[in-house]
Design a protein around this ligand. Structure first.
Ligand code: K1U
Ligand code: ZN
Length: 167
């Protein structure tokens, strides 16, 4: 397995729309394993392929405390979104920034697993929020895109300052 570099906002590659995975083969299974390792090491509770500069529709999520409940979603699609919830989000591509985003409270998602089996999952709470956050990445959207222009400008300035300090 390998740790993959994570793109940082406002890298323009985070805006690319990912294409569906056409064949689930060993290269996709290796990518999922590398993404999981990268997510656990960060640490985070989710990661989309877009964030590691691979523009295919693949996400990994593990919201468990023990980090033993890895979920891999190939070609995830939201079938149903219900309710609304305002919750604090972070993003491994926007380090150190947290803000409130409105999301659906419950979702139903269809996807393929790593064996190519068609699956559906009904999720609520943090898992539902994380699924929406990761599917946003596949569509070229970062959570700060949900915030006001003023907040986005402040975040860009803060990250640019951080980058100058660490350069
Ligand atoms: O996609 C990402 O950038 C991962 C992101 C997922 C996410 C977090 C919060 C709400 C929605 C989606 C993260 O994992 S940020 C880090 C984080 O939330 C976390 C890190 C360590 C322990 C627990 C949470
Ligand atoms: Zn993110």
């Amino acid at each position: 397995m390998a740790l993959l570099p994570i793109l940082r906002f406002p890298d323009p590659r985070l805006k690319k729309v990912a294409v569906p995975v056409s064949r689930i083969d060993d290269s996709i299974r290796k990518l999922a394993a590398d993404m999981a390792e990268t997510m656990y090491e960060a640490p985070g509770i989710g990661l989309a392929a877009t964030q590691v500069d691979v523009h295919q529709r693949l996400i990994v999520i593990d919201i468990s405390e023990e980090k033993k409940e890895l979920r891999v979603f190939v070609n995830p699609e939201l079938l149903r979104c219900e309710g609304a919830v305002l919750g604090e989000e972070g993003c491994l591509s926007v380090p150190g920034i947290y803000d409130k985003v409105e999301r659906a409270e419950r979702v139903k998602v269809k996807y393929l697993d790593l064996a190519g089996k068609a699956c559906t999952l009904e999720a609520e709470g943090l898992l539902a929020v994380c699924i929406q956050h990761e599917i946003d990445h596949l569509n070229g959207k970062v959570f700060v895109d949900h915030l006001s222009q003023l907040k986005q400008t402040r975040i860009r300035n803060k990250l640019a300052k951080q980058a100058r300090v660490t350069a």
